[in-house]
Write a protein that binds this ligand. Structure first.
Ligand SMILES: Cc1ncc(COP(=O)(O)O)c(CN[C@@H](CS)C(=O)O)c1O
Length: 410
């Protein structure tokens, strides 16, 4: 895998930031887009644009074939048995909300439990708070180890016959921990529970096989994996999608509409009310082709290598706290840190002056910030177009920030 050659495909790396080359290390928030995706979007609007599924004219056929072809690409990418198990949504947040509202609420009652870690992103935490509040079910939080990891023994202890839903990120967007989803799914299934996997930080960065994981639902976003904003995916097992109710209603999704009641199409279309996210889906299909040509194993190794290198380099700087797995322990391609005594927003501002883009804040994980006893953190997150030179530039800018804020250079 040659990140320097890959960078040539991404126009944005021609940008100068405050007079410096762009060092983009905010990939957990959103990824940059290759020309191959941008060209497909332009070509769609220039030669295929039409609404889908209804028109009998040529453009409508072209657009429908492109849209449903994108669904097939997603299914292959996550090894789903059928494209009919792939629902297009606006993103991870909408996907998880659809499960919480359309499936969980119909299956939860007082005394039932939803098991999840407290480190979850708000998009995989608040929908479950709302579902618990609406049904009388209760949230049961898993304990975290010092490095943020989750022990299977604690999952075994927490998941009981009262558990109806286990909700968990495959990769934490703050800690970079990779959770043992396959084993957790087996525990959930032994107790008759379903597992909802938040794949926002895993699907873009590593091979994902929903049949191997045996997850019941998987949610992820296209904009984090070289695709456009506004497109995401909800994968579900056929029997669960069949019994799951749509959460919004209108055109496209219906079978028969009477004055007082209506029936729906089969999944996935019953969940895709209104004009679907046609261009977004086609763009996601192009992004998946781009990623697949490079190989997800290669990308996973590359991202993890840059994160490991960063953890090693930060360990050499006195006054820097790194959160998540320690040196040498498995970590996905992101590193969350703080410069002791300096607000992460100030750190990120100084880094930006040097062209280095990192994220600062609570990363939509406020309960986890409290567990870490911090109000906010900074985060560097890597992808296929980042290089070791990016890590060098980041570390050099962080040392400048340290000097600027009055710390002696360690
Ligand atoms: C684990 C996880 N789960 C859900 C989401 C939401 O994805 P959407 O595409 O916004 O729906 C995200 C997006 N996390 C961004 C924005 S806070 C981050 O900077 O970490 C995520 O990381």
């Amino acid at each position: 895998m040659n990140p320097l050659a890959i960078r040539e495909d991404f126009p944005i790396f021609q940008e100068k930031i405050n007079g410096h080359p762009l060092v983009y290390l905010d990939n957990a928030a959103t990824s940059q887009k290759p020309r191959q995706v941008l060209d497909v979007l332009r070509r769609y609007y220039e030669s295929e644009n039409s609404n889908v599924h209804r028109g009998v004219h040529t453009l409508g056929t072209r657009a429908t074939e492109a849209y449903e072809g994108a669904r097939e690409k997603v299914a292959r990418f996550i090894n789903a048995p059928s494209p009919y198990q792939v629902v297009f949504t606006r993103g991870t947040t909408e996907s998880i909300n659809m499960v919480a509202h359309g499936y969980a609420r119909a299956h939860l009652q007082p005394g039932d439990e939803i098991v999840l870690p407290p480190s979850e992103h708000h998009s995989n935490l608040i929908p479950w708070q709302q579902a618990a509040r609406a049904t009388g079910a209760t949230l049961r939080y898993l304990p975290l180890q010092e490095d943020g990891s989750i022990r299977l023994a604690d999952v075994e202890a927490a998941v009981t016959d009262r558990t109806k839903v286990v909700a968990i990120a495959h990769v934490s967007n703050v800690l970079g921990t990779v959770n043992p989803v396959r084993e957790i799914a087996a525990i959930a299934h032994r107790h008759g529970a379903v597992i909802v996997v938040d794949g926002a930080q895993s699907v873009p960065h590593m091979p994902t096989d929903v049949q191997d994981l045996d997850c019941d639902f998987l949610a992820f976003s296209g904009h984090k994996m070289l695709g456009p904003t506004g497109i995401g995916v909800l994968y579900g097992k056929p029997s669960l999608l069949a019994e799951m109710e749509p959460t919004y209603f209108g055109g496209e999704m219906i079978d028969i509409v009477e004055l007082h009641e209506s029936t729906w199409k089969e999944a996935p279309w019953k969940f895709e009310g209104g004009t679907p996210i046609i261009a977004g889906a086609i763009g996601l299909g192009a992004a998946i082709e781009y990623l697949s040509n490079i190989g997800m194993e290669e990308i996973a190794k590359h991202d993890a290598h840059l994160a490991d290198l960063t953890v090693q380099r930060l360990a050499e700087i006195e006054g820097v706290t790194v959160y998540g797995p320690g040196p040498g322990k498995p970590r996905a391609g992101l590193v969350t840190f703080n410069l002791d005594g300096v607000h992460p927003h100030d750190v990120a501002t100084v880094l930006d002056a040097a062209g280095v883009a990192v994220r600062a804040g609570h990363h939509c994980a406020q309960p986890l910030m409290r567990i870490l006893h911090v109000g906010a953190t900074a985060r560097a997150s890597f992808y296929l177009y980042n290089t070791e030179d990016d890590v060098d530039a980041f570390v050099a800018a962080l040392k400048q920030a340290k000097e600027f804020f009055g710390h002696a250079i360690g």
